[in-house]
Design a protein around this ligand. Structure first.
Ligand SMILES: *Cc1c(COP(=O)(O)O)cnc(C)c1O
Length: 560
């Protein structure tokens, strides 16, 4: 590919999509969890639909991290070195961002995501590992969510300010800047400068999506640190005006300079309005990229009976044209692959015909990864009604001590239940492993603490593969769940007037009772009814909770 091609591939791009993390594929480890996967799915759907979108992120040459677990479940983190030149091309363009009065040079790698529709979306990976930079500055784009507050702010300056400058240097005629979370909010500062401080003009240009009600998910920096790095009193005054007088809140900065601000599910919009009184939020419920998150066995089925489904996932509404036995066979093949993998990795000796429950996502407190172990005797009773086995996976952030302890606790339960319930924890959760687990289990379990799951997307992936959701009524599941028809809920409705203790008791009752009295018997004794719930998952969930529908909404509501 020469530079002429580069010009063609970025020329005419009108929507700039900024994200600190992007999950394009396993080999490009610049993502940590749902936020990055969503960014990847946004890019994949935009390419399918031929949208003039260009994405901007950081190269993170040491990725997030490789997770290793010892015999007791203690996590250690190892740099995930990878080689950008295997997948993308270094562009000749270079821009400069001033950090602490140093001119930090920023280069860009161009990755082209190509859709099966032959359309492409370019992704710009910013890189400060340039000879002219100091050794320290060369490392700014090494580690996703690594380092201290200073390192994070440097990364966000490169992403937001450097990103806008790079797009300008590449002559992209951008009409919308979409901030996927507050990590890129400094782009609005740069846009103010480019537009002679015309805030209305900047607001017209910007779209902001908030992704979490969890406090630590909102980046906050002291003005002291901001002044140290930005070193310019005029900028500090601007940032105080838009991002908070006492400290720089990147969510406020992004929201105050965007005309369109949204949450990622209907419930999340309500929660966000409570968190930020006086701000207007829209909501666009997340979706997943259907083709990416359907396993090969189901892809084959959908290709045969619902041709065109990949670029028109609405067609999955006609899943009933596929005979039940073929749905079940595809599921059995996916399950066999997972069980074989689990047995190879963990030596667990799991069986193909046992009801398998999956739980895999970032391991952190609000996700309550050990919730199913709250009452071991009730769990044993479920297992006496009909055998169950459990598959876990997930990384804890290196600084999340509590998250790491959850993994050790799960390892403890594995030992404690040995000889009774087979449980495996798979190392190093990533996109490939995710597809294996969400398609290979029978039940997808999600037990977040309400109302902290803004949307969640892994359950949508499960539904795409006919896997049955069993989840707390939070995030997307409030919109998706039809009780007993396309899955099962855990705990009361979101607006129920209950204390935290009452809610948890009801959640535990539902968790164990529905497994023991409804799901286990249906799975083992009324297979036709079970397959009916699988079909309903595809028909009622996959056809709607996909990123094609999501991007149609972003285009008509936010971008145009
Ligand atoms: C889909 C996905 C997630 C998001 O999972 P949630 O349960 O929605 O939080 C996280 N990590 C990976 C690797 C994924 O594929």
């Amino acid at each position: 590919m020469d530079t002429i091609d580069n010009v063609f591939s970025v020329k005419g791009r009108k929507i700039a999509y900024f994200s600190m993390e992007i999950g394009l594929k396993n080999e490009i480890p610049t993502y940590s969890g749902g936020l990055g996967i969503l960014a990847g799915d946004t890019i994949r759907a935009s390419a399918d639909l031929g949208l003039p979108l260009i994405a901007v992120t950081l190269i993170n040459k040491r990725g997030y991290f490789i997770q290793k677990l010892d015999y007791a479940g203690r996590q250690s983190e190892h740099p995930h070195e990878w080689s950008p030149s295997d997948y993308m091309e270094l562009l000749p363009e270079e821009v400069t961002v001033q950090i602490q009065n140093r001119d930090v040079k920023v280069r860009a790698w161009l990755y082209e995501h190509r859709s099966h529709t032959e359309e492409t979306v370019p992704v710009i990976f910013l890189d400060t590992d340039v000879e002219a930079n100091t050794p320290e500055d060369r490392q700014i784009t090494y580690s996703l969510y690594g380092g201290n507050r200073k390192y994070r702010l440097e990364q966000e300056m490169v992403l937001g300010i450097g990103g806008v400058r790079m797009l300008k240097t590449l002559s992209c005629p951008i009409t919308k800047y979409h901030m996927n979370e507050g990590h890129s909010s400094l782009l609005a500062l740069e846009l103010l400068h480019l537009n002679y401080m015309n805030q209305d003009k900047v607001k017209e240009l910007c779209v902001f999506t908030t992704h979490t009600p969890v406090k630590s998910g909102h980046d906050i920096f002291s003005h002291e640190l901001v002044l140290e790095l930005i070193g310019n009193n005029d900028d500090i005054n601007i940032l105080k005006k838009y991002g908070g007088e006492t400290e720089l809140n990147m969510t406020l900065l992004g929201m105050n300079l965007s005309n369109y601000v949204n949450g990622v599910a209907k419930r999340h919009r309500q929660i966000s309005e409570k968190m930020f009184p006086g701000y207007k939020f829209y909501s666009i419920t997340n979706g997943v990229h259907s083709h990416t998150w359907v396993c090969p066995h189901f892809r084959k089925l959908y290709d045969k009976y619902l041709p065109g489904w990949a670029n028109e996932p609405e067609l999955l509404v006609r899943v009933r044209s596929i005979p039940d036995n073929e749905i079940w066979d595809a599921h059995r093949l996916a399950k066999k692959e997972l069980i074989d993998h689990v047995n190879n990795e963990c030596g667990t000796d799991m069986a193909y015909d046992i009801l398998t429950i999956g739980f895999a996502r970032r391991i952190t407190e609000y996700k309550r990864p050990t919730f199913i172990f709250s009452d071991l005797n009730r769990l044993r009773k479920v297992n006496e009604t009909g055998k169950i086995q459990l598959v876990f996976a997930g990384k804890a952030h290196p600084m999340d001590i509590q998250g790491k302890m959850f993994i050790e606790k799960i390892f403890g339960y594995i030992k404690e239940l040995k000889g009774e319930i087979k449980i495996a924890f798979l190392e190093n959760y990533n996109m490939d492993l995710s597809l294996k687990i969400v398609s290979g289990v029978d039940i997808w379990l999600n037990t977040p603490k309400k109302p902290l799951e803004a949307s969640g997307t892994s359950g949508m992936k499960a539904a795409h593969n006919g896997v049955v959701n069993f989840s707390v009524l939070d995030g997307w599941w409030i919109e998706g769940c039809v009780e007993g028809v396309n899955g099962y809920s855990i705990g009361p409705k979101p607006d129920a007037d209950k204390s935290a203790e009452q809610v948890e008791m009801m959640e535990l009752d539902d968790l164990y009772n529905k497994l023991e009295y409804i799901m286990v018997p249906k799975y083992y004794h009324r297979k036709d009814e079970w397959i009916n719930v699988m079909n309903n998952s595809i028909e009622m969930i996959a056809y709607y909770f996909n990123s094609h529908r999501m991007m149609h909404r972003y285009v008509t509501e936010a971008y145009l």
